[in-house]
Design a protein around this ligand. Structure first.
Ligand code: ATP
Ligand code: MG
Length: 329
């Protein structure tokens, strides 16, 4: 087995205080092996970005809190890190790319300067060696005419090029982990395909481990090795990508798979999971999915939170249908 680079144990993250407190990431555990691509999927509001931001130490300060658990990165617990300690690893050992590159690129600085910044801080590169490294990185993410782009401002570039620049920035220090939070949602399909190809290529060549957040299952099929499905802040299913598409078990995962456009018969309306995700302050007390679940079968579904049951090697499901000893297949 490859080395575990990131190991999250029983992580819970809250927003707000007192009676307004909600748990956005609820008792999440997973281990992430070196060089893999792990997809994190689930509908809007299920806690994907909150999980990513807690790993990066970027949770909004006063309103959020790590309530419990640990985030072990190469054995160090990031949940206990100070801002100063994070400054060393952020952009250096762990980086992140966001959905909308304009929010992370500074509009008043040229691209070259922005990519150079982390290299100056973390790799002590200066002058000509620094510029050469930046051009090399721009080339590695297949940016045509890198010398010209080096001297351009973000607004001179197309959306796809800006996203490449973001990836270049995130990868400049050759991080061990790249967190990509919906990196292609704002792009059109051909550009999306190019960016996904680029991320896979970097994963292959440089062995960067990637946490890939998306709600698009076709993207998961394209790039991920393993998948974790979140619902209402909890992990409901975890397996490898083949199991996901051939043998998914959780009624929520099955609903997500059924809602994919290509699974729909032509001429018929697109299927969707009935109902909407309840707000965090109003979650059912048993299984979080119980009020939308067509397979609800016992009182326990509404009263007790199902733990993750191992249904086979590397496949876990949090559904009472799969409680040990039961066989509802
Ligand atoms: N700054 C915040 N203040 C209060 N609540 C927040 C804040 N950020 C997120 N939340 C709450 O935490 C929950 C998880 O949000 P999060 O952004 O992690 O979801 P997500 O899965 O990334 O959704 P999306 O697919 O829309 O990006 C949501 O219910 C959201 O309302
Ligand atoms: Mg998000």
């Amino acid at each position: 087995m490859d080395k575990q680079i990131l190991c999250i144990n029983n992580l819970s993250v809250s927003f707000g205080e007192g009676k307004d407190k909600v748990i956005a990431v609820d008792d999440v555990s997973f281990a992430f092996e070196n060089g893999r691509i792990l997809g994190i999927i689930g509908e809007s509001g299920c806690g994907k970005s909150t999980l990513a931001l807690s790993i990066m130490g970027l949770l909004p300060d006063k309103i959020s809190n790590i309530e419990n658990g640990e985030i072990l990165f190469n054995g160090n617990d990031l949940s206990k890190f100070t801002e100063k300690q994070f400054e060393y690893i952020r952009g250096n050992e762990i980086s992140m790319i966001f959905q909308e590159p304009m929010t992370s690129l500074n509009p008043v600085f040229k691209i070259g300067r922005q990519i150079a910044e982390p290299l100056k801080i973390h790799k002590s590169l200066y002058g000509r060696a620094l510029k050469e490294k930046v051009i090399e990185i721009l080339r590695a993410v297949h940016i045509p005419n890198p010398e010209k782009v080096y001297n351009s401002y973000p607004h001179n570039l197309s959306g796809g090029m800006r996203q490449r620049v973001m990836i270049a920035m995130a990868l400049s220090c050759e991080p061990e982990i790249l967190i990509a939070d919906e990196p292609t949602t704002a792009l059109d399909v051909t550009i999306q395909a190019q960016i996904l190809f680029l991320l896979k290529e970097l994963n292959n060549k440089v062995k960067t481990s990637i946490l890939f957040i998306t709600h698009d299952l076709s993207v998961v099929a394209e790039v991920c090795d393993e998948v974790m499905v979140l619902y209402g802040g909890k992990v409901v299913e975890q397996c490898n990508v083949y199991e996901l598409f051939d043998n998914a078990k959780h009624p929520y995962t099955l609903g997500l798979l059924d809602s994919q456009p290509h699974r729909c018969e032509s001429g018929k309306p697109l299927k969707s999971i009935e109902g909407i995700v309840p707000s965090l302050s109003d979650m059912p007390s048993g299984c979080r999915f119980s009020n939308r679940c067509s397979k609800k079968f016992c009182i326990k579904c509404e009263s007790d939170i199902p733990p993750l049951f191992n249904i086979r090697d590397n496949h876990k499901v949090a559904c009472w249908l799969y409680e040990e000893g039961k066989d509802f297949d």
